[in-house]
Design a protein. Structure first.
Ligand SMILES: Nc1nc2c(c(=O)[nH]1)N[C@H]1C(S)=C(S)[C@@H](COP(=O)(O)O)O[C@H]1N2
Ligand SMILES: [Mo]
Length: 383
């Protein structure tokens, strides 16, 4: 023993055998993951263009259906969360192939492997940054929105390429009755079926415990989502409090609303409160995935703009009392500005707005991302 070198056990790659790692399992998981990513990508584009419309588009964004953004953003976050267990299952299934030897066999093979590397990295990046965004945690040096948006396109491209390259195998193993002439037998085995059942159960579990943050009939199961739709003043969640925004409690006797336009004017809170009131039942739908409907009353945006001499297709810029912050100034195109549901709201669920919900006046508009429902409004400018 003394003079001998200790013998290390030979390092061997883990052995993966059997149907769980075959093309049929990869296809079954892959198409579920593909559907989740496609929904996530499509709804993500909607979210992006509603929040950051290029100038030529701003006036054409539709303000209806009023629940549109609530639905699409709820789906965006739910499909992203569902994609996490699916991606893990897919990576586990194809794991032996990711490290196949030799790593590169031909130019075509090298390109395919490169596209898979982009695909895996892009998917992991998008799901991770998206998930952390839902809990408002940004442990990275870049700004979330542009990077999440850019990588989404990379991922979409890599996924399209992947499906095209794998098309013969996908076709071969799409159906349970496939003959399996290309690679491996295609009949469903009990092991594969329990694996797929387990993955489906995991997707169901993460969905059920988070989707209640926007799909309120399931709110009692909402134990893993960062928000519960009922928790907050006036039964509505709050992202940024009045204290965090540096606004505090606005003094009703000094508050002024300024409306700039062809016939500019200012209103005290008493004057604003005396104008014709209307009610809208509209949700706050946060980009982070939670949403909740509420009943708001206030003065119609279109009435305030017309009073300043605005033409019926005018856009408006809205400014908050908040001193800093990315949501201090917001613009809305003509469809929003003149939708009769769009209000400068003064009450929420029958009570004066609390400071955290934007006292004394905040925007509420249909089919609009929560970030653009500006709180503590002090100025409107006809554009
Ligand atoms: N001035 C201002 N308005 C704002 C915000 C903000 O940070 N500053 N946050 C927005 C976000 S991200 C959301 S989701 C909604 C939330 O409204 P609530 O707090 O009344 O639920 O307000 C929006 N309005
Ligand atoms: Mo938000």
């Amino acid at each position: 023993m003394g003079g001998m070198k200790p013998r290390l056990p030979a390092v061997r790659p883990p052995v993966f055998k059997g149907r769980l790692h075959d093309a049929r399992t990869a296809t079954s998981i892959g198409r579920l993951l593909g559907v989740a990513i496609a929904i996530c990508f499509g709804t993500g584009l909607i979210s992006h263009y509603l929040q950051h419309p290029p100038g030529w588009l701003a006036d054409y964004l539709p303000s209806r259906p009023s629940w549109g953004y609530r639905l699409t953003q709820g789906l965006h976050v739910a499909s992203g969360i569902a994609a996490i267990p699916l991606l893990l299952a897919k990576l586990w299934t194809v794991y032996p192939r990711l490290f196949a030897w030799p790593p590169v066999r031909s130019v075509r093979h090298a390109l395919e492997r490169l596209s898979v590397a982009v695909l895996v990295a892009g998917a992991v990046f998008e799901l991770l940054t998206g998930l952390l965004n839902t809990v408002q945690w940004y442990p990275w040096p870049f700004s979330f929105v542009p990077v999440h948006f850019a990588v989404a396109w990379l991922l979409a491209g890599a996924l399209t390429l992947h499906v095209a390259v794998k098309y013969p195998e996908i076709k071969e193993h799409w159906s349970r009755k496939s003959t399996g002439t290309l690679a491996l037998p295609a009949a469903d085995g009990p092991d594969r079926r329990s694996f797929l059942t387990g993955v489906t159960a995991a997707v169901g579990a993460v969905t059920l415990t988070t989707v209640g943050q926007s799909f309120t009939p399931l709110k009692s199961f909402d134990v893993l989502a960062p928000r519960h739709p009922d928790h907050g003043p006036q039964s509505l969640p709050v992202n940024k409090t009045a204290a965090a925004a540096g606004v505090g409690r606005v003094d009703a006797s000094t508050y002024l609303l300024t409306v700039d336009g062809p016939r500019p004017y200012t209103l005290t809170l008493a004057e604003l409160s005396a104008l014709a009131r209307h009610a809208s039942v509209l949700p706050i739908a946060c980009v982070e995935g939670w949403s909740k409907s509420a009943r708001w009353t206030g003065v119609r945006m279109t009435d305030l703009l017309r009073r300043a001499g605005a033409p019926p297709d005018a856009r408006v810029r809205v400014t908050s009392l908040e001193k800093y912050g990315s949501y201090r100034v917001m613009e809305m195109g003509r469809e929003y500005a003149h939708d009769p549901l769009t209000l400068l709201a003064l009450t929420l669920n029958g009570q004066t707005l609390t400071p955290d919900h934007g006292y004394p006046a905040r925007i509420i508009a249909p089919n609009r991302p929560g970030v653009l429902q500006t709180k503590w409004v002090t100025r409107l400018e006809v554009l």
